[in-house]
Design a protein around this ligand. Sequence first.
Ligand code: AMO
Length: 431
Amino acid sequence: MWKKTHDIKQIDQSMDGKEVTINGWVHALRVKGKIAFLVVRDATGTLQVTSLKNKNEEAFSKIKDLTRESCVSITGTLKTHPEAPRGIELTPEEVTVLNEAQAPLPFDPFAEFIDTNKDTRFDWRILDLRKPEHLAYHQLRSIVIFSVFKYMAEEGFTYWSTPKVLGAASEGGAEVFNVDWFGKPAFLAMSPQLHKQAIAANTGTKFFEFTPYFRAEKSRTRRHLAEFSGFDVEVPFATDKDVWPIMEGIVKTAVDVLRSNEELLNVLNIEVPEVKTPFKRLSYDECVNLLNENNIEMEWGEDFSTEQEASLWQLVNEPFFIYQFPKAVGKFYVREVDGDPNKCHAFDLIFKHELSSGGWREHRYDHLLKNIQQKGLNPKSFESYLSFFKYGAAPHAGFGMGIERLMATLLNASDVKEVVAFPRTVDRLTP
Ligand code: AMO
């Protein structure tokens, strides 16, 4: 029987003499005359299998011909050995090749001194993800997602699912993917924005969804994907200030759970510094002044460029909110600041870069219609959305936080593509 009795991580020197079955991949193989040293790797670690021809000819002959990265099951007896990498090795009795890997491999995920280019790695992501350092990003991402779900449940949120194929572009922008919906034009959701507002404002429940977002953005940067995922939140009877603690709570939950996973952080050879909450709150005006005082040019009324954002991060040097953006920068669904028609209640959370953004929404039908017209959007396309606000929709506020941005920021990854299994970008639609 080829089914494992143990994960490799569970095997230690105290198990001398025990019979076990391990399942994994051929990590390395060295054959010296009548002895073969095979290293088997599973998702938890590696173990040396030492095969002597004289002892078990059948096992030896199967092992000596194995190709790297073939999938194998080995049953044998554990034996402590001072020279084995973990002080213990396996003497094979039964070797089952579950699936032979073709040779040569299209690239070597474990090559030590070769810096394989990213495109090749992502072309062969099935091999790339076998590398513990690359896998660790995804294991930690999973841990963070589960922890945030738990946190949101404790905070009294209701988990909702919203449609991903829409009749209107959810962010009102041009960066939308078109799809054919039974012969009618439709769009992939750029975010759950419109429906999350509909739900929070009309049901009075605190909305939470972990969702894919589709953006036809032609940005070739280390921070942009064309399909990404994120935590999306909308709170009824709330203003901007009321949702900031939830954003802080998500970041803190993520940081704390990462810090408690030392073993995986060690695989990545990184530390995750603690974060202090509450985060600083700076108005847009204060940020523009701060830049100008430090001789970085910034005109009032623009959005922050990547460089300006990076400079702000250096100057503030801890996570901070920017609130009350110019109305021209905010989206149509954000509420104008009372008494100041040039400003709106949009906000960003900056943690190295923009990590999350949101707003206190416009829930009054006539104001919303005016916003849509002011942005040059066609009210006809938003008829269905506008109807959400005709029958006593409550005031509300919320935000979206991309998981890839969050993980790349906290784990110091060089690119958001590292923390998504199969990145989708302007240049990549496979594998
Ligand atoms: P926004 O467009 O700022 O706001 O997106 C929300 C968050 O999603 C992440 N993000 C991205 N991650 C990877 N690749 C991209 N191309 C990308 N674009 C955005 C960021 C960002 O902060 N509906 C609003 C949110 C709201 O107001 O509730 C929205 O989508 O983390």
